[in-house]
Design a protein around this ligand. Structure first.
Ligand SMILES: Nc1nc2c(ncn2[C@@H]2O[C@H](COP(=O)(O)OP(=O)(O)OP(=O)(O)O)[C@@H](O)[C@H]2O)c(=O)[nH]1
Ligand SMILES: [Mg+2]
Length: 199
């Protein structure tokens, strides 16, 4: 049996995680790559899960808690069920915007599922970068630190100069990491993200 690989989409609340993962899933579907999506939400009503299912994807929701802490056992059970029942080529995990992706990666590693590779994509909202740096800098840094590569989302909302300035700041915080500019509106960067995830 071919093993699946896993992609964790990290990023603060409202950064564009669900929007990007739907684009990734659509690209995979075109290539006949099977995708399952595991989405963790804070509230009881799973809005993201419902949106994803409405598009016809295999979606598993873990609502009302955080998969990197209180729901870690539920995450590991869900992973085993996905591996057994769906066994996708690619599993995309969207943790809550308050989760630390390296903890999720460790839980994937110790869940004993057949995942060959786990990639962490770290999303930073171009439009809200300055606000987050002003108010939540330490958390923001910790959240992005374990990323294999970074994505600046919503670049359609900023000028090229603004985007480049933010990109320089992000690079300063994460030396040596590649940064992909992405817009879900224009489609910029999405193929590049898929290429990097698929390896
Ligand atoms: N202009 C623009 N808006 C975007 C882009 N990507 C996402 N958005 C919008 O940003 C908002 C948040 O996007 P989501 O994909 O729900 O963000 P999220 O990170 O999944 O949010 P939570 O799950 O609540 O943490 C939505 O209104 C999206 O339509 C983009 O590239 N450009
Ligand atoms: Mg979301």
């Amino acid at each position: 049996m071919v093993n699946m690989f896993t992609c964790i989409i990290g990023g603060f609340l409202g950064t564009g995680k669900t929007t990007l993962l739907m684009k990734i899933a659509a690209r995979c579907r075109k290539k006949e790559v099977t995708v399952a999506i595991l989405v963790n939400e804070m509230g009881e009503v799973g809005i993201d899960g419902a949106t994803i299912k409405a598009e016809g994807y295999n979606a598993v929701e873990l609502p009302d808690g955080c998969i990197c802490c209180s729901l870690s056992g539920s995450l590991q059970n869900a992973l085993k069920n996905i591996d057994r029942d769906i066994h996708p080529d690619v599993l995309i995990i969207e943790p809550t915007g308050l989760a630390l992706p390296h903890k999720v990666k460790e839980l994937v590693r110790t869940s004993m599922i057949d995942s060959d590779r786990t990639v962490i994509v770290g999303l930073a909202d171009t439009k809200r970068f300055d606000e987050l740096m002003a108010n939540k800098e330490e958390f923001f840094r910790r959240q992005l630190l374990p990323s294999d590569f970074l994505v600046m989302t919503k670049v359609d909302l900023s000028t090229k100069e603004e985007t480049d300035r933010i990109s320089n700041e992000l690079r300063g915080m994460n030396p040596g990491k590649d940064i992909v500019y992405v817009s879900a509106i224009t489609g910029e960067g999405i193929d590049e993200v898929v290429r990097r995830i698929m390896g």
